[in-house]
Design a binder for this molecule. Structure first.
Ligand SMILES: *Cc1c(COP(=O)(O)O)cnc(C)c1O
Length: 417
């Protein structure tokens, strides 16, 4: 363990971890089960096109969430595209900027303009009281994001949507297995979309699903994700290929069977971070509501630089050197990425909370690949760094000054998962 600043890996010490710890390292589940399912699938020679695994997965998800329809899709981005199209969204749609870029891209890909709305600084989700000021005659809908598995204020959003005759859908990519006032996520708005990407709570390698209680919408989405085929040789609609294949469904089923175990491990990790980070000035762990169902998939820390003295980006640099691959989700915010940055260069003026948060947030590793001793060590490093904030900041600045990238010391590329 580090007792001296020079022992930090960023200053040439040995990294605290020999191997990199990642945010979003995939949870695997029962290895024998997935391999057996793949073998059965090969024997059946039914690899895609609404196979048995896809049918089973859709049934199990609908039952688990107590929702009428579940349609498995190849990934959440395509699911968002199909759903927004099935809801006849056009013109402008109100979305948060503090989200993964796919929320905005799924709209822009269809030439629907995402209009970025600010968030609530406590929940990190859309601020419903800011929606009305963003509505124009071209607005057709709202896409809320249940960020970190925290439900949006669905009541207020439903009210504003119905008052202005807008469609309401949710990007629930983070919120599988979560509840809101006792109702499972999946039952809110016109439809909700889940992601089963490898890094998500439940994973299908790549995958997603749309869930809805609207029969007509479900029928339309089923057609759209399969080229509009209503039967052999009968196309009744324009569609794309959004089908989930059987290998992905096999993985998703296996992953789903470990849902309770993944939740327990994530919860254990969350509680460990909570106690280990307690009382570190300037650090605040994002609180998951334990009275509701949560998947505890994201360990989110907010930093107050005026207290910690080292910036969030410096902390990320320090942790990466120790092989803790913390991430700055969702930096810099969709509105500061292309093409939106060029379309709306001043969007940030209406997004003060988003801009503040993108500079403060740090996401730490969790999941089945991490144990409590890892977490204790990560937190020890954080505690040490923040106890010596001023000296470390000075040393980082002088260490970097002679280098050619002195100008750019806060900048670095986000590495992939
Ligand atoms: C992961 C994610 C997506 C995209 O999901 P894919 O299945 O990778 O297409 C969309 N929105 C949010 C908020 C996400 O986290």
């Amino acid at each position: 363990m580090k007792d001296q600043i020079d022992e930090l890996a960023v200053f040439g010490g040995t990294p605290a971890f020999q191997e990199k710890l990642y945010v979003g390292r995939p949870n695997i589940g029962n290895r024998e089960q997935i391999l057996q399912r793949i073998a059965d699938m090969l024997d059946r020679r039914w690899l895609s096109n609404n196979g048995l695994y896809v049918q089973d997965l859709e049934k199990r998800i609908a039952k688990l969430l107590d929702v009428k329809h579940c349609i498995a899709i190849c990934n959440a981005t395509v699911a968002l595209e199909i759903t927004s199209r099935a809801l006849d969204l056009t013109g402008e749609v109100i979305v948060p900027s503090f989200t993964f870029i796919a929320t905005a891209h799924a709209l822009q890909w269809q030439e629907i303009t995402p209009v970025f709305c600010d968030i609530d600084p406590v929940t990190h989700c859309l601020n419903p009281w800011r929606i009305e000021s963003m509505i124009t005659p071209r607005t057709t809908g709202i896409v809320g994001v249940h960020l970190w598995g925290h439900p949006c204020n669905t009541e207020a959003l439903t009210e504003v949507a119905s008052k202005h005759n807008l469609k309401l859908m949710f990007d629930a990519s983070h919120a599988f297995g979560c509840s809101h006032n006792g109702t499972m996520i999946g039952n809110f708005g016109d439809a909700e979309v889940f992601s089963f990407h490898a890094t998500k709570f439940i994973n299908a390698f790549e995958g997603g699903a749309v869930v809805t209680n609207n029969d007509d919408l479900a029928t339309k989405i089923r057609l759209m994700k399969n080229f509009g085929f209503a039967g052999y040789d009968n196309v009744t609609y324009i569609g794309v290929n959004g089908k989930m294949n059987e290998a992905c469904a096999a993985m998703a089923l296996t992953s789903l069977e470990s849902l309770d175990e993944f939740t327990q491990i994530n919860y254990r990790n969350y509680k460990c971070y909570q106690s280990e980070l307690a009382g570190i000035p300037g650090l605040k762990l994002y609180a998951h509501d334990e009275a509701e169902k949560r998947n505890y998939q994201y360990i989110v820390v907010e930093m107050e630089e005026s207290v910690t003295q080292v910036s969030r980006d410096q902390i990320v640099k320090i942790l990466h050197a120790e092989n803790v691959m913390a991430r700055r989700y969702f930096y810099p915010g969709c509105h500061r990425m292309e093409p939106y940055r060029s379309y709306f260069p001043h969007a940030g003026l209406l997004l003060p909370e988003t801009e503040r948060l993108t500079e403060r947030v740090l996401v730490l590793p969790t999941g089945t690949a991490i144990d409590e001793s890892d977490i204790r060590l990560i937190c020890k490093i954080l505690r040490f760094v923040l106890a010596h904030g001023i000296s470390i900041r000075k040393q980082l600045q002088s260490a970097l000054k002679p280098a050619h990238f002195a100008e750019n010391q806060g900048e670095f590329q986000c590495t992939k998962h």
